[in-house]
Design a protein around this ligand. Sequence first.
Ligand SMILES: Cc1cc2nc3c(=O)[nH]c(=O)nc-3n(C[C@H](O)[C@H](O)[C@H](O)COP(=O)(O)OP(=O)(O)OC[C@H]3O[C@@H](n4cnc5c(N)ncnc54)[C@H](O)[C@@H]3O)c2cc1C
Length: 553
Amino acid sequence: MKKTQLPKPKSKKNPKLSRIDHLDKEYDLIIIGGGITGANVLWDATLRGFKCLLVEKSDYASGTSQATSKLIHGGLRYLKNLEFSLVRESLKERRVLAKIGPHSVRPLGFIIPIHSFFERIVLWAGMLLYNFLSFDRNQEIVSDTHIPRFIWNSKSETIYKSFPLSRNSLIGSYQYYDYMNINPEYHTCEFIFSAKARGAHALNYTNVNYITKQYSGGYSINVSDTETGKERTVSAKVVVNCAGPWADIIEAMAGISTEKKILRSKGIHAVVRNICSKECIILKKKDGSHLFVIPWRNQTIIGTTDTIFDNHPDSFEVTESEIKNLLDEVNSSFGLAPLKLDDVVYYYGGLRPLVEDADSKKETYSASRKSEIMNYTAEGFAGFFSALGGKYTTSRNVSEKLMDQVSFFLKKEKILCQSDKQTLLGGDYMSRKELVEQLTTQFPNENSLKLETLAGRYGRESFRILLLSGKEKYQLPNGELLYEEEIDYAVKFLDILHATDFYFRRSGAGTVGKINAMDRKKIDEKLAKGLGWDMKRARIEASLVDKRYEWAK
Ligand SMILES: Cc1cc2nc3c(=O)[nH]c(=O)nc-3n(C[C@H](O)[C@H](O)[C@H](O)COP(=O)(O)OP(=O)(O)OC[C@H]3O[C@@H](n4cnc5c(N)ncnc54)[C@H](O)[C@@H]3O)c2cc1C
């Protein structure tokens, strides 16, 4: 397999040209939406040799894909709904994601507290089935990311592993494993940048305004650069709508009316001080649904919620009362030190695009997380596809199935999918230990913590990062360090237009809480210099970052 490497940064010859001036007139495929679904379609289509453009109205991974519980998981709870094929699909994809980008995932233990013998028997059957469905979990996977078999913890072992858990009627716990996705926002970008490295075009902050069906076949798509307001019309033989919770709005824009409705379900998370040890604890909420208490980057994520959202997706916000409710749920299950609003260092949320018969559902927790690919040929829109619903975990498989259809539509034949084999940017290495050893040989003057941190964040891309300028390091609130070269790398290669892109969707440095003022100032200055901002612009950018730590009252 060919290695995936980023091209050299382009020199900015004519800064007056808008980014959309560089687009071609015609593409095989235009992909609308730069979340994980669009990113996967772009990557798969590029590997199959199609000429593609992806447009994203905001930043990449700023929609639902930044809202996950950061889990790459089979979905144990879907076994209860007898959704065996969804669980098998998810477990297969869990393995594929570890194979193509091992630096992005870490095995994570999940503890399910058990309170009765009956519960123990039911869960034991569930564990066996989950284990059976993931029989190939470690095939072709680097050893650091191997997933162990489930285990039973006695009462005292459970208390040791999940100290704050209430001990009322506790008899023990099951512990099974899935993956944690350390930085899903950057992970999504890795699919996009891997495709760009092989010639695909992708633009963030580029809105699709309208879509017109051409008489000659194909579609004209009017897009605007939201930074400059400049518009441009491009055409494509195929449109792939990956707009997640906005997908029905895109369909309506093209003139498509469909029976299936998107049901939007709101989910939020709070990042709080570290309240658990190494394993994720699964708690039962008052309404019978589940809540995860997830150890993540030396902090704890609690979530999520699941409520119907009826408004326009652009009006999404997280309110203080929703965060308080989340804290109350944890406080009622955990015996010690109750969480307060002051313990919340960051929060986030998003909308699940669920494909359901909207009228038949009163709640969304039990709605299926299965995906749906819509082909609108029968409605008179040949070459218009939508990829709806699903999970972050299964998005690669959705794109594979979709691209099988698109290949047939464009070439009248099935072109072999490679996205299940081809490693992503940085993913090409045998084990993290070996990678760090190679880094140490090439950069003997760098300290081991730095090399290990970069290898864990970027995989093989660390070689390129360490060649960049800067020797400073900055302290993050979770105890991790951010290195100056990472800023340079993001500025040069990662399509950053705003400071928020850097803090929340590339480095992830802002997602673990507010950085101390002195280091923030230095990072902001480096970003401003790299991106050519004057003082006024730099101030606005910094205030937008600060705003991200406030919630709606
Ligand atoms: C609270 C929560 C927790 C979750 N946890 C998990 C988990 O742990 N594991 C898991 O596997 N899955 C999880 N999911 C599901 C997962 O997040 C989604 O399935 C997935 O992110 C959907 O990605 P997407 O690309 O389809 O949509 P999105 O990420 O929303 O991407 C759609 C994009 O389209 C863009 N767009 C919209 N209109 C336009 C336009 N006019 N022009 C250009 N661009 C446009 C939007 O800006 C957006 O970025 C969770 C979901 C939620 C809400």
